[in-house]
Write a protein that binds this ligand. Sequence first.
Ligand code: CUA
Length: 184
Amino acid sequence: MMSQPSRSSIECPAPDWFKVPTGNERIWIGLALCWCMVMSLMMPYWHFKGKQNSSGESYSVKPADFTKRTEKFILANTGAESLLEEGLAPIVPAPPGDVYLIAKQYFWFPILKLRAGEVYRLHISSVDFQHGFSLQPINMNFQVVPGFDHVLTITPQAPGTYPIVCNEFCGIGHQNMVGKIIVE
Ligand code: CUA
């Protein structure tokens, strides 16, 4: 029996299926291939030159321990235990040094007030699920994973109030998970 000219998708293609691309098809394949190469090379290039990478400094930490460190940090910089409960007054740490930020369903804690031009080591950790630290409007983004103390060395540039939003879906209150960093 003769084989049929059209075959279903579960059969092998005809042995002569391959037609060498010509004309415009050839040009488009060439362009796509070149662009693939450019995009592939951009990844390592931006890794070293893009200035958007964190230092990659992180340590294992238990959520309870990170909470304790943050509380200690807050007490050291306010001396008022009532603020801990309210959690509303900004913490004004003396630069340079370590500052702490907790990500938790559904808030960022505490509010930090930092000074422009000073260097801080910002420790961020989640005490429950994965969250996304997204500092607006400068669009600085960082994944916050529970169990890790992520340390970002930062130098605030310009005074202002910078909202922190969560950009990793973390539950039904995700869209309400906001915080802020004040720079003066
Ligand atoms: Cu935290 Cu979304």
